[in-house]
Write a protein that binds this ligand. Sequence first.
Ligand code: DGL
Length: 279
Amino acid sequence: MCEREQEALCNRPVGVFDSGVGGLTVAREIMRQLPNERIVYFGDTARVPYGNKSRETIIKFSRQIVRFLQTQQVKAIVVACNSASAYALEVLEKEVDVPIIGVIKSGARAAIDATKNDKIGVIATEATIGSGIYNRYIKEHHPDAAVLGKACPLFVPLVEEGLWEDPVTDEIAGRYLTELIDVGIDTLILGCTHYPMIRSTVGRIMGPEVTLVNPAYETAHELKQLLREKGLESGHRPGLGTELYRFFVSDAADKFQKFANSILTYGILSAKVINIEEF
Ligand code: DGL
């Protein structure tokens, strides 16, 4: 490949997708750690949540999204959804011709590094906990670890309702987290992309002795290494007037935009609705 072709390839965007707004916590981290990279984000706002859907459905939805992202000429894909990473990543890895990563492996690795007493907790959707993937991955790399998973299905609607700091969230978090406190975990993985938004509530309830792991941070770091290894890093920040970040959703663009603007420092200009069923 000549230098010009390689540069054109490096200038392509990274595709990032989630069932809705949660993946914005991962996109935010990519923007922070990889400021030169363009991003095409897709949030499946018409079909969220994925966390209570079957493996087959999550794979079908993820395949459609990947096909859409490929029409956007992405150079790499980040599955910024734990539920989709749990069920669809292995399948997608075999089907796509660009590098693709999820959020689970990096989160699990960070937890292994952080734990001192080998007791690790995972909070996530029912789908992610039901898949047993965090447990499996942690045990594979650290057989002595004890892993306790807890599904917290009410956290996603609480976050989407904006109740990040609210007595209702405190009350529900208290109930969900009691058993993790009782077994004495010293590390807790925020295994759902919505949960970093209620990190302070979770941290307050778990106490200062417990390290909270946000896989978004580790995933952005892994993406950086991957792009470097494959020679796909964008060498410079695109000039003024270039659209650095583009957002697509399957429904309710206004609501998505409002939410995105509340968590991203970069004000998004617009989110475009597409019919994902066509892909
Ligand atoms: N983004 C999803 C995840 O990380 C949570 C929301 C959903 O259930 O779709 O698992």
